[in-house]
Structures are given as C-alpha cells and as structure tokens.
Design a protein around this ligand. Structure first.
Ligand SMILES: NC(=O)c1ccc[n+]([C@@H]2O[C@H](COP(=O)([O-])OP(=O)(O)OC[C@H]3O[C@@H](n4cnc5c(N)ncnc54)[C@H](OP(=O)(O)O)[C@@H]3O)[C@@H](O)[C@H]2O)c1
Length: 251
C-alpha cells in the first residue's frame, strides 16, 4: 500500500451511478479505492469494471449504525471519503412509514455524520477531504420527496459547517440536479427519465469532475452542471418553483 500514500479513498455507494463514476475517476488519478454498497451482484460487477488491483469492495447495509462501526474496523483509513450511498424515497408527506423515514435518514444523513466523525481525527492528521453527495433538493422544494429533500438539506448544513471547523480537513457538499443513474428506476420514478427534458440532465462524470475540483479548493458546496449553476439564484422564486414542479412532477 506504500505506493498509495495519501491516496486511499472510501466511496460509499461505489457500486453504481455517481459513486461508481467517482471510483473510476479516482483510480484513473492514482488512488486506491474502497467501495461500499449492499448488493453483492452489483458490487462484483462494479469491481469487474474497476479492476481489483486498485480497488476493494465491502458489503454493508449503511442504514444500520453497526455497519458504520464495522466498516471503520475493517477498511483502510482513507484520506478521502466520498459519502454517496443513497436512495430516492418518494411519496406524499403522510405516506412514509417510520422504518422508511429512519432508514433513509440514517443512510443519507445520520450515518454520514457518524462515519465522518469516526474518521475526522485521521483526516485531520493527514490533511484529508470528505465529499458528501447531497442534492439540489437540499435548496429547493421537492413535492412528494419531502423526506429525501430534508435529509439532503440536513447533511448539507452539517457538511458546510464542519468545513469551517478545521484548517486541515476539507468537507464539500455536492448538490446535483438530475443525473442519469439507476436511482430513478430503482425507486419507481422511471417516468422521469422520459419526462425531464435532456437539458436538465447532468452526467455522473460531469458531477464527479466539478465536485472534485470544488473539493480540492475546499469549497463548502458545489452545484454541478451549467444549467443548475445558472438557475441556482432563482430556485426559490415562485416562477422557478412552478416550472421545476411541472417538469419534475412525481406521479
Ligand atoms: N441520480 C440523481 O439524479 C441524483 C441527483 C442528486 C443526488 N443524487 C444522490 O447521489 C447519490 C448516488 O445516487 P445515484 O444516482 O448514483 O444512484 P444509484 O445508481 O442507485 O447508486 C446508489 C448507490 O448507493 C448504494 N446504496 C443504496 N442504499 C444502500 C444501503 N442501504 N447500504 C449501502 N449502500 C447503499 C447502492 O448500492 P446497492 O447497489 O448495493 O444498492 C449504490 O451503490 C445518492 O445519495 C443520491 O441521493 C442523485
């Protein structure tokens, strides 16, 4: 592992979509990458794409507190954490079960906080970085995705605050809009793939390039993609909200 000095990464959600694109990017830039996900078949297929010489996979259900603790025991201590694992959880506010709320909140917020806290002393000693993949939903209303949007908003607030705590550790929160990955199909939102116009989609690779750039600069957050960057200042206006809701209406 000596050849990877200061270039050991941990990518949660690295078996698919943005996490897999991030893992590929890091390997191409000389990193050793540890990916963490839950489904064995998808994890093995990702490993096949990544090549085992520069990568290793772990299977953990990150909705569980004990998974974070166990991961901390078995994985190499990273200089870069990409907290990307997540699911799109949908439904009207009154429809979520207690289990859905607790699990998705832990996966996309509480567990990310627990994980970063465990690794902070190591990151601090090694001038490390953490990247949190949140969502544009953290800063704009997402009807029928209120739990998802609120978990993403909470982790955004956490990340940008921790970023200001230490000179040695950089924490950057990425707020992507629509990215073509497996996420929508998995959560029964495949209709969005046809409904959302092409110009509203950003590629996973573009998200990674812009997020890495922002992370290296130590920025609090980044909104990947030109369209989203341009519209960010207007996201909370009534007109922008009406257009956004119409284009991305959940069925
Ligand atoms: N796609 C978008 O439009 C979009 C936009 C904004 C933000 N995001 C965020 O980007 C992140 C990545 O999403 P994606 O679009 O790349 O989706 P994706 O292709 O479905 O990938 C999700 C990843 O998270 C892992 N994961 C999900 N639940 C897990 C659990 N309980 N334990 C461990 N790993 C788990 C999956 O592993 P398994 O395969 O093992 O389930 C997979 O590796 C998410 O946090 C999402 O909220 C996505």
């Amino acid at each position: 592992m000596d050849q990877y000095k200061n270039k050991i990464a941990l990518v949660t959600g690295g078996s698919s979509g943005i996490g897999l694109a991030y893992a590929k990017y890091l390997i191409a830039h000389g990193w050793y990458v540890q990916i963490v996900s839950r489904n064995e078949e998808r994890s093995n297929s990702a490993m096949h794409e990544l090549g085992s010489a520069n990568a290793r996979n772990f299977l953990f259900d990150l909705t569980k507190e004990e998974s974070i603790e166990r991961l901390f025991e078995v994985a190499l201590k990273p200089n870069l954490i990409i907290a990307c694992a997540g699911v799109a959880i949908n439904g009207k506010a009154q429809s979520y079960s207690k289990k859905d709320k607790q699990e998705s909140y832990y996966l996309m917020c509480g567990g990310v906080i627990d994980m970063i806290q465990l690794y902070l002393p190591h990151l601090d000693k090694n001038n490390g970085r953490a990247v949190i993949i949140s969502s544009i939903g953290a800063i704009t209303p997402m009807p029928k995705s209120s739990i998802y949007a609120s978990a993403k908003a909470a982790i955004h607030a956490y990340g940008r605050s921790v970023n200001k705590e230490s000179k040695n550790v950089k924490v950057t929160v990425s707020l992507p809009g629509y990215v073509r990955t497996n996420a929508h199909k998995r959560s029964g939102l495949d209709h969005l793939e046809k409904k959302i116009p092409n110009w509203m989609w950003v590629s996973a690779e573009q998200v990674v390039i812009e997020t890495e750039k922002a992370s290296k600069k130590g920025l609090n957050d980044v909104v990947p993609g030109k369209v989203y960057k341009l519209t960010k200042p207007f996201l909370n206006s009534n007109l922008a909200n009406r257009i956004w809701s119409k284009l991305s209406k959940r069925s």
